[in-house]
Ligand binder design. Structure first.
Ligand code: RIB
Length: 304
């Protein structure tokens, strides 16, 4: 089946644009405030659907306006949201500060995302049979991720984990992941290896592969992407692009990457396309609002 299932988080992002992100104890005047649909899971699914992928979402929102608005944004992008459950809880929320260089920091409150439990997954287990890939992130409870990984192992479905926010991954869980997609901070946390340069990226990735992981794709921001499996490894340059807001750059990459991977099984092409989607996304403010469609990617001038 050529379907991707995303089991993930759904948030409303409360975004403040400011020249400088304040230090602890400091107050600064911001420039703009907006509420923008986000959540790593929802963003990745939007990126998949906007590239034409057949995507079903497993997750939960609260019974509030934020939930209704993010659901609409996901449906508008073309995601099948039929299995998303509305709970008597608050929808997940992220407070995001974006500075004038496009860098950000994020504080996340899980809300209804924390109710995505093993029971809910079991109730929707059959739909997993229709998927070739399942994509997850760490904004869901760890036990839920572990449960999905075990089901997918039995059903022979390929698993992709974006370990954000970072937390330790036990060896028996690492062995169940087909492709891990961390950024360099997450790579450092998970591997317990410092990551300050390309050699560190290689070594930290090697450590995870030695621990049972099959493939790793490390997103390195403007430095590009690193890929490694047991036989080969490679650094890929990024596309030079205008940076307005880096929020959801990784999510855009993952959506573009997995969509092409499903169609071609070709790592070079998948990483290239993921990088194109991310390069466009960082040129606009916000998460789901910045993710380009297939046509926008086709028409964008990447130079060269
Ligand atoms: O990756 C970006 C996302 O992280 C934001 O949309 C925010 O909701 C946080 O989950």
């Amino acid at each position: 089946m050529d379907r991707i299932i995303v089991a993930g988080s759904i948030n409303m992002d409360l975004v403040i644009e400011t020249d400088e992100i304040p230090a602890i104890g400091e107050t600064v005047a911001g420039k703009a405030f907006s509420t923008i649909p986000g959540g790593k899971g929802a963003n990745q699914a939007v990126a998949i659907a906007k590239q034409g992928g057949d995507c079903i979402f497993l997750g939960k929102v609260g019974n509030d306006d934020f939930g209704a608005n993010v659901l609409k944004s996901m449906q508008d992008a073309g995601i099948n949201t039929d299995l998303i459950k509305i709970e008597n809880e608050s929808t997940g929320v992220s407070i995001i500060n974006v500075d004038k260089t496009g860098a950000n920091n994020i504080v996340y409150i899980a809300g209804a995302n924390n109710l995505v439990d093993e029971n809910y997954i079991d109730q929707n287990k059959d739909i997993l049979d229709s998927a070739k890939y399942i994509v997850m992130q760490n904004e869901l409870p760890e036990k839920t991720i572990e449960h999905i990984l075990k089901i997918c192992k039995d059903k022979k479905i390929k698993t992709i984990l974006n370990p954000a926010p970072a937390r330790m991954i036990e060896k028996d869980m690492l062995e169940l992941i087909d492709i891990l997609i961390p950024n360099e901070h997450e790579l450092s946390r998970i591997s317990g290896h410092k990551v300050e340069n390309d050699e560190d990226v290689r070594k930290a990735s090697e450590k995870l592969l030695a621990g049972g992981l099959k493939e790793i794709v490390v997103t390195l921001g403007e430095r590009g992407v690193f890929y490694k499996n047991k036989d080969e490894e490679k650094f890929y340059d990024s596309y030079k692009a205008k940076v307005v807001d880096t929020t959801a750059a990784g999510d855009s990459f993952i959506g573009g990457f997995v969509n092409v991977l499903m169609q071609t099984n070709d790592i070079d092409k998948s990483i290239d396309f993921g990088q194109r989607v991310a390069a466009i996304a960082i040129g606009k403010v916000g998460a789901q609002t910045s993710i380009p469609t297939k046509e926008e990617v086709k028409e964008f001038d990447f130079g060269g």
